[in-house]
Design a binder for this molecule. Structure first.
Ligand code: DNO
Length: 346
């Protein structure tokens, strides 16, 4: 297992120097943030990013994310041009030592929560999801501010985009996804790049938009489309775990050879399609983090892992889910579980 940490670039208040002081840190997970979705990442920007990360004594080997343009998901407009650009980005990143690219195929919205600052009993705050509150929002009419959402959309742009999705159901989205995979996976095979799709978060349809990467059935179908080992997964325990039908240790045991990246975080299920993002510790949530890490150990997991969303603790203010303190606690907890599981197995 290689421990990593997400870094949002030079504007991130969580600096590389701070990240480098977290014990056991190996890699930085980052991206180019100032190039519009679908465009080519200029090589000089990639080179500068690699240099900054390496100067902090960390490895530049995981990108999260190279976002997929909506035209590709819609199977419309300039999709071939955007796919060509995507392939160029894969090649450039490989040249600078990147081994894994995390991406997603969620229409319009990335991860979604109903409250980004929910006060927990201990005074910390966390992200939560309540289906009824999300259902009450109408993204085409109200001004929404959502994490992971491309803030560059105007309300008119968003309405037009949602209208374009009217004819895209889950089957159509699969078709467009397969088209994309058939074009990019051969490039990955050529340059030895591992694609790691992030599951839909939460793993069910939102605002009437289809979501297709939700659990084991999705994994089976993806492998049938492109069997190359480079067509792999980011197993995000918090995202998949929101659906109690997803047995995470079992998924890791079965699909771990394709889990090029694992996001470890705990969630507490609070009702149907409702959850709170808990601290990483097993006893704080609904997921058994020990069993998850044990499954990773048992399959000989050697790829990348990162602590995922943290709560805001100790008065920290910052990007929802991506402060320093609770994620650092998460990394340390995971390292502890890993050491114990490895030594216990001897
Ligand atoms: C949320 C993240 C996601 C993830 C993308 C991958 O915190 O895990 O936004 O980066 O879905 O493309």
């Amino acid at each position: 297992m290689k421990m990593s940490f997400r870094w949002y670039g030079t504007d991130d208040p969580v600096t590389l120097e701070k990240i480098a002081q977290i014990p056991g840190m190996h890699s930085i997970v980052t991206a180019i943030y100032d190039v519009p979705v679908g465009q080519v990442w200029p090589e000089d920007k990639v080179a500068a990013l690699a240099k900054a990360v390496e100067a902090a004594g960390l490895k530049f080997d995981v990108i999260e994310s190279v976002p997929v343009h909506e035209d590709i998901k819609l199977g419309a407009g300039k999709r071939d041009e955007y796919i060509e650009n995507y392939c160029t980005n894969i090649r450039t990143l490989a040249k600078y030592g990147v081994k894994v690219i995390c991406y997603n195929f969620m229409p319009v919205f990335d991860w979604l929560r109903s409250d980004l600052d929910y006060k927990l009993e201990d005074g910390s705050s966390a992200l939560i999801f309540k289906q009824a509150e999300v259902d009450a929002l109408n993204p085409a009419e109200s001004d929404l501010s959502l994490p992971g959402w491309d803030a560059s959309y105007t309300m008119d742009g968003l309405r037009a985009l949602l209208a374009q999705y009217k004819d895209v159901d889950a089957e159509k989205l699969w078709e467009n996804f397969a088209y994309f995979l058939h074009k990019i996976i051969p490039v990955c095979d050529e340059v030895d790049m591992k694609m790691a799709i992030h599951p839909d978060d939460p793993p069910w349809p939102i605002f009437g938009l289809p979501r297709i990467i939700t659990g084991e059935e999705s994994y089976k179908r993806m492998i049938e489309i492109e069997p190359s080992i480079n067509n792999g997964f980011t197993i995000c325990t918090g995202s998949l775990g929101a659906d109690p039908n997803n047995d995470l240790p079992a998924l890791i045991r079965k699909y771990g050879d394709r889990a090029h990246f694992i996001h470890l975080r705990n969630i507490k299920l609070t009702g149907e399609h409702c959850f709170e993002e808990a601290a990483h510790l097993s006893e704080k949530g609904s997921l058994d983090m020990y069993e998850i890490v044990k499954a990773m150990h048992d399959i000989g997991f050697e790829m990348y892992v990162r602590p995922d969303h943290g709560r805001m603790i100790w008065g920290e203010k910052g990007r929802p889910g991506y402060g320093l303190f609770d994620r650092a606690l998460g990394a340390t907890y995971i390292n502890g579980l890993w050491e114990a599981v490895c030594k216990g197995a001897k």
